[in-house]
Write a protein that binds this ligand. Sequence first.
Ligand SMILES: [Zn+2]
Length: 155
Amino acid sequence: MPVQLDDTDIAIINSLMQDGRKSFRAISREIKVSTPTVKARYERLVNIGLIKSVRPEIDFSKIDTRSRKQFTPADAQALKKKQFHKTEDLRIKMQCDFCGGPISSKPKVLKFANIERFFCCTSCRNNYKEKYGGRIQSIVEQYREEQKAKSSRRP
Ligand SMILES: [Zn+2]
């Protein structure tokens, strides 16, 4: 017997098609259906074979193809076909999350909750921390609450 999709199924599919990395919790908030329902519906959509996979969408323009000694013709060929070729030296172009300039040396990283931000220098990192301190704090607190809720739900 064919399975009939309802509005919830369709809302979940549309939400995941925008961004397949979303958590069930995020989808639940977005479409106003409980997290266990989202999870159950998602699993059913997988089980009936409608959702075959959730794939990353790669921004190939981020790959730095200039002046790479080990960037081989095979790598270039693969990228043209939007695939990755195994390589020793595949670099991603990075922009400073504070000043927007290119990051040419090792990025200065700021980690909070499950987020990482990348900077060209320590002063950009410090300025970012200063400017967004309140926002960072609330993200960290929300993340902690979510982690707590997750671990307490485990049997
Ligand atoms: Zn910067």
